[in-house]
Design a protein around this ligand. Structure first.
Ligand code: G3I
Length: 327
């Protein structure tokens, strides 16, 4: 397969992001990084950081209680180091993609605490100094702002969140530690609860440094940017950095010109918004090309990303680049 060749006289996304003082990243998978030179070269040419889409999830890392499988995660971190890219580690605690042995183990509070502590300290410790930022806790809240009744919450209580950040910080004191969630971009009941949670964590001296806004969006339902800006502002005032961590913009199976134009507007506006807001430090898209997107499936085709299935830059790419440039 041929290598990705960016036109030499044109600005890349990473150059546009540099001009904005922010970091642009992409979620990657180990398989194509190993097997597809075009994918790997594109990532290195266009982005400043990579997020592990699945490789650091507990289900992948922990085939059994006694063992760790770091093969995919190592492949991504080694690639990033070799190409001079930063790594966002996704994710230490999430209620999905939890291994069966943990779900079914009927562990006591003390046992579960010991398992999670060992997990977080082993994983963060292994990549100490090589993974710059971690999504420590993902999606701990529901839409109404209450705690999601996950295994972790049900057995340990809300204290699991404090402990996860403390254990991660002990294992790598220099890593930036994030709370990550969806549907908490605008000011609403959930983002109010995220703000309240982060306020309590900061008051208790818990080492949390940032909030990730996932932003799995739909072209026909754009966010209210004033509301997002106000939300970023209140988090920044707590001393936190905000990153857009999982951006994609669904257009459905056979988008018409208006839907594609709406998709472009979302990308442009979010690039421009992140550039304009001092509190917004980075923007990561959730996948390289439409071929690898989690929302593009045979049952429900979609084209939510910046590159098409042949790795050609789409209008969405140019829209985001223009937004990042402040155009
Ligand atoms: O790796 C196995 C493969 O061995 C097996 O043959 C195949 C059969 O289905 O499954 C493969 O695993 C899949 C994995 O993606 C890797 O492709 C899982 O079934 C599939 O469930 C998993 O989906 C991931 C999803 O999280 C799981 O909930 C998506 O790739 C990933 O993009 C998505 O990412 C999440 C974020 O972590 C958190 N925020 C929401 C976001 C979208 O759901």
């Amino acid at each position: 397969m041929s290598s990705f060749a960016h036109p030499p006289d044109e600005m890349t996304l990473r150059q546009a992001a540099d001009s904005a003082g922010i970091r642009v990243g992409v979620a990657v998978q180990a398989g194509p990084l190993r097997n597809d030179a075009t994918y790997a070269d594109l990532v290195a040419a266009e982005f400043q950081s990579v997020t592990t889409e699945n490789a650091l999830k507990m289900e992948v890392l922990r085939p059994s209680r006694a063992s760790f499988d770091f093969s995919d995660a190592d492949a991504i971190v080694d690639f990033a180091q070799g190409r001079g890219l930063a790594v966002r580690g996704h994710v230490l605690l999430w209620h999905r993609q939890v291994p069966g042995w943990l779900e079914a183990g009927d562990f006591s509070r003390e046992e579960l605490l010991a398992i999670l502590r060992e997990h977080i300290q082993t994983v963060v410790g292994r990549y100490r100094g090589r993974i710059a930022a971690w999504d420590v806790v993902n999606e701990a809240l529901l839409e109404d702002g209450s705690y999601r009744p996950t295994l972790f919450y049900n057995v340990i209580g809300a204290e699991y969140i404090d402990l996860a950040f403390q254990w991660a910080h002990e294992a790598d004191p220099d890593a930036l530690l994030f709370y990550n969630d969806y549907g908490a971009e605008e000011q609403n009941a959930k983002s109010d609860a995220v703000y309240a949670l982060l306020t309590r964590l900061r008051q208790r001296g818990i080492p949390v440094h940032g909030v990730g806004m996932q932003m799995h969006l739909n072209a026909t339902q754009p966010l209210n940017l004033y509301s997002v800006a106000a939300n970023v502002g209140r988090l920044e005032a707590l001393g936190l950095r905000v990153e857009i961590t999982e951006l994609d913009v669904s257009v459905g199976a056979s988008p018409d010109a208006a839907q594609l134009a709406a998709q472009n507007s979302v990308y442009f506006n979010l690039g421009a918004l992140c550039r304009a807001l001092r509190g917004c430090a980075g923007l990561t898209v959730w996948g390289v090309s439409d071929a690898g997107s989690w929302i593009n499936t045979p049952q429900s085709p979609d084209a939510p990303l910046l590159f098409d299935v042949a790795y050609e830059r789409k209008a969405a790419y140019f829209a985001l680049r223009d937004g990042l440039r402040g155009g």
